[in-house]
Design a protein around this ligand. Structure first.
Ligand SMILES: C[S@@+](CC[C@H](N)C(=O)[O-])C[C@H]1O[C@@H](n2cnc3c(N)ncnc32)[C@H](O)[C@@H]1O
Length: 204
């Protein structure tokens, strides 16, 4: 039975299966994955047993850790590590991960935090390490779906620093951090799963 005090995200129940189907292929050679902005922890407890060959390390801001622990206690997996307190703009714990996954974080974080997530994330990865970023994004020359236009407006009404990010801008940051684009996977409900691969040593 689900712990009634645990935080709950309806969206993560809807998107978890399409995402994990992609991750099974993308992360088939990965050993340890750092998840940034795990939120409730529902993705972590769904993904870990389905990606049983790797270790999944959830993380989020300190105030989210208790909620993630509730989900991990209710749905433990041998390959699920305790959640780490990680603010992308502060010190990153060294856990020797070879892949990063983050869902629905870029439009919530301040643009400077998004920059930190990509540049510090790239720096933390080994050569050939993967950075998988899921969410709604803006692509030049592709009409933004009405649902995403509305979502973007809602976010900016809440906080002018929030909002959908342009893929081209994220990709510029990734390229400057020695990551090259590997895949852009269209996902249900006008989302995408973007995958970069570290190609060498980070210049920054
Ligand atoms: C919309 S939630 C997404 C949660 C989950 N990944 C999902 O898809 O259901 C965004 C998450 O980003 C986290 N976040 C915001 N700013 C952050 C930062 N500076 N460093 C790390 N995580 C951050 C929030 O605490 C929140 O859990």
């Amino acid at each position: 039975m689900v712990n009634l005090t645990a935080p709950f995200s309806d969206a993560s129940v809807k998107n978890r299966q399409p995402i994990v189907e992609k991750l099974k292929r993308l992360l088939k050679k990965s050993i340890k994955v750092l998840e940034i902005g795990s939120g409730t922890g529902q993705h972590a407890v769904w993904f870990a047993p389905r990606l049983h060959w790797l270790t999944w390390v959830p993380s989020d801001l300190p105030q989210q850790i208790l909620g993630i622990e509730c989900w991990l206690n209710d749905f433990p997996s041998k390959n699920l590590a305790p959640p780490l307190a990680l603010d992308v703009s502060e010190h990153w714990p060294r856990i020797k991960h070879d892949a990063i996954f983050s869902a629905n974080t870029a439009h919530i974080m301040h643009p400077l935090q998004v920059k930190k997530m990509i540049t510090k994330g790239a720096r933390s990865l080994p050569h050939r390490g993967l950075f998988c970023l899921y969410g709604p994004f803006i692509f030049k020359n592709i009409l933004l779906a009405e649902s995403n236009v509305e979502f973007d407006k809602k976010l900016q009404d809440l906080d002018p620093y929030m909002g959908l990010r342009e893929f081209a801008e994220l990709n510029k940051l990734a390229a400057a951090s020695s990551m090259q684009i590997l895949e852009i996977n269209p996902m249900p409900a006008n989302n995408h799963l973007i995958v970069w691969q570290k190609t060498g040593n980070c210049p920054i």
